[in-house]
Design a binder for this molecule. Structure first.
Ligand SMILES: [Fe+2]
Length: 263
């Protein structure tokens, strides 16, 4: 399995502080069946240090030397959305996942800024593939799923956190994650691990839960095939089309109103 969202680099963000803590985190990931980690330090201007590429490359080299090749570790980032994302990519201020075309983008958990659709569309015209990190933990996406759907329709992908499916981020995130998995709105699962205590790199339990919810074939796509495509910068194996309308054919308030007028 491949984990595309993982804060395993020491001393760069709110992940491990020391190399020893990072090594423990990577070993725990390997025990969970994770063969490749994409290290995704936060990129948030003015907040986190050590975000220059040469510094990150040096930190990654030191971690690889200590961990070996199980798991393999490659570099990426988790970019905190700003409206000049296009410019940030052009000037190589954002590290795409594994140096490819996919870019992991996060929002604060309690809001989404206005007018995000245009920049998320524009970067795709330049060949980038934005993946929204953990929308199921964001209260705006939780309460307005149609807003997320509008982003999915313009090609944006979603990453749901393994701990959301198993309930570690509360009942709202769990219910939302399960709902979206069943709708086919989730493209990749990842741990968003930060440490070996509270934000662990857990994969196995979530994979079993996802397989029970949507079947083994889709679970395989979300935990293995799509992450592999992302790391190799190819099209996703599992990328279902979205229905034009969120209104069910029958049932629901709008469906019932529509029926009244079409009888
Ligand atoms: Fe993260």
């Amino acid at each position: 399995m491949i984990d595309i969202h993982h804060h395993c680099l020491p001393g760069v963000d709110d992940g491990p502080r020391t190399l020893a803590e990072s090594v423990d985190l990577c070993r725990m990931a390997a025990d969970e069946g994770i063969e490749t980690i994409v290290a995704t330090p936060h990129v948030l201007r003015g907040r986190w240090q050590n975000t220059s590429r040469p510094q990150l490359a040096k930190i990654l080299d030191d971690l690889r030397a200590a961990v070996g090749d199980r798991p393999r570790i490659v570099l990426g980032s988790e970019y905190f959305f700003a409206h000049d994302m296009d410019e940030m990519l052009r000037t190589e201020s954002i590290l795409p996942l594994a140096g490819g075309r996919y870019v992991l983008v996060e929002f604060a958990s309690n809001n989404v800024p206005p007018l995000v659709r245009d920049p998320l569309y524009r970067v795709q015209l330049n060949g980038w593939m934005p993946i929204i990190a953990h929308p199921e933990r964001n209260i705006v996406f939780q309460s307005k799923p149609e807003f997320l759907a509008s982003l999915l329709r313009i090609g944006v992908k979603t990453q749901v956190t393994t701990g959301s499916v198993t309930g570690e981020f509360g009942p709202e995130a769990q219910a939302t994650a399960i709902d979206w998995l069943q709708r086919g709105w989730v493209h990749v699962m990842a741990t968003d691990a930060h440490n070996v205590t509270k934000r662990q790199p857990r994969f196995r339990a979530a994979r079993e839960r996802v397989a029970a919810l949507v079947g083994e074939e889709i679970a395989q796509s979300l935990f293995v095939d799509n992450p592999k495509s992302i790391v190799e910068s190819r099209g996703l194996v599992y990328d279902p089309d979205l229905p034009d309308s969120l209104v069910p054919e029958s049932g629901g308030l709008f469906g019932r109103i529509r029926k009244l007028f079409t009888k």
